[in-house]
Ligand binder design. Structure first.
Ligand code: CAA
Length: 258
């Protein structure tokens, strides 16, 4: 694993915490930073003591998007050969639930990173947008696809073509954000939520996320068949035995992720 220059990581009570740490540049995402985020997530995904992943940004913003200074002089062939978005594809393979705690600006690639999260807690006053159109490009890390699947074609086109800011209230109304909290309580509330999930049986979390993701890309019938197999799979787990036995014995279950 590379040593981290642009992020900080820690593990707190079952929660793997990733903090973007380029606050002077509003956590603008350079390539190395994206690689670090991916590697930290993959590492947390492999560690038994981590049940959920929480990602946030230090300073005033979650992230103002891809690093424009790094991109300004690129050419198409170099970008093709770099294949930098392959790192973003790896984010879609993380099995554990990812919670984003966002505030300030969530722009461009920062918005795309937020859309890679499974759940979003946002501080009041947070603003989202895809401003790429204003600098002569367009989203390249999934923005046109993930936003459209989430909010539908009409609003996605409006926001992508204008680059207009989306208020946190609009984001909640359109299902982008799960909860809005006061900015000073953002980390406390996000941690509380992450800790709550971290107490759930890890295999159930994993297979629920897996099944819900299938619903996005597959027909109802295919998704139902897939869900069923995951349901059956959980009956091979110790946590299923423990969870049901605890219910019968009227006691609290103790899950071990196996
Ligand atoms: N890339 C590089 N540097 C950035 C940046 C970015 N995306 N966003 C902010 N910064 C830097 C600024 O250059 C500035 O650095 P210096 O202090 O060294 O000059 C510092 O962060 C503070 O920025 P501002 O002085 O502009 O602060 P502000 O409060 O006036 O404005 C802002 C904040 C609205 C976020 C503004 O900086 C801005 O519009 N940033 C660019 C947003 C953007 O266009 N993002 C999309 C990027 S493209 C993309 O993400 C493509 C993709 O799909 C992968």
């Amino acid at each position: 694993m590379i040593s981290f220059q642009f992020i900080e990581t820690s593990i707190i009570d079952g929660v793997g915490l990733i903090e973007l740490n380029r606050p002077k540049q509003y956590n603008a995402l350079n390539r190395r930073m994206v690689r670090e985020i991916v590697e930290a997530m993959e590492s947390f995904d492999q560690q038994d003591e981590v049940v959920t992943i929480l990602i946030t940004g230090k300073g005033r913003a979650f992230s103002a998007g891809a690093d424009i200074d790094e991109m300004a002089n690129e050419d198409s062939i170099r970008l093709e050969l770099l294949n930098q978005f392959a790192d973003w594809d790896r984010l879609g393979l993380i099995k554990k639930p990812i919670i984003g705690a966002v505030k300030g600006f969530v722009l461009g690639g920062g918005f795309e990173l937020a859309l890679c999260c499974d759940l979003l807690i946002a501080a009041s006053g947070t603003e989202f947008s895809f401003p790429e159109v204003n600098i002569g490009v367009m989203p390249g890390a999934g923005g046109t696809q993930r936003l459209t699947k989430l909010v539908g074609r009409t609003k996605a086109l409006e926001w992508l073509l204008t680059g207009d800011r989306i208020s946190v209230e609009q984001a909640q109304e359109h299902g982008i954000v799960n909860r809005i909290v006061a900015e000073e309580l953002l980390m406390e509330e996000a941690m509380k939520f992450a800790n709550k999930l971290a107490k759930q049986p890890p295999l159930s979390l994993r297979l629920i996320k897996d099944s819900v993701n299938k619903a996005v890309d597959h027909s109802l019938y295919e998704g139902m068949q897939y869900e069923r197999k995951n349901f059956y799979l959980l009956f091979s787990s110790q946590d299923q035995k423990e969870g049901m036995q605890a219910f019968i014995e009227r006691r609290k279950p103790h899950f071990n992720g196996r």
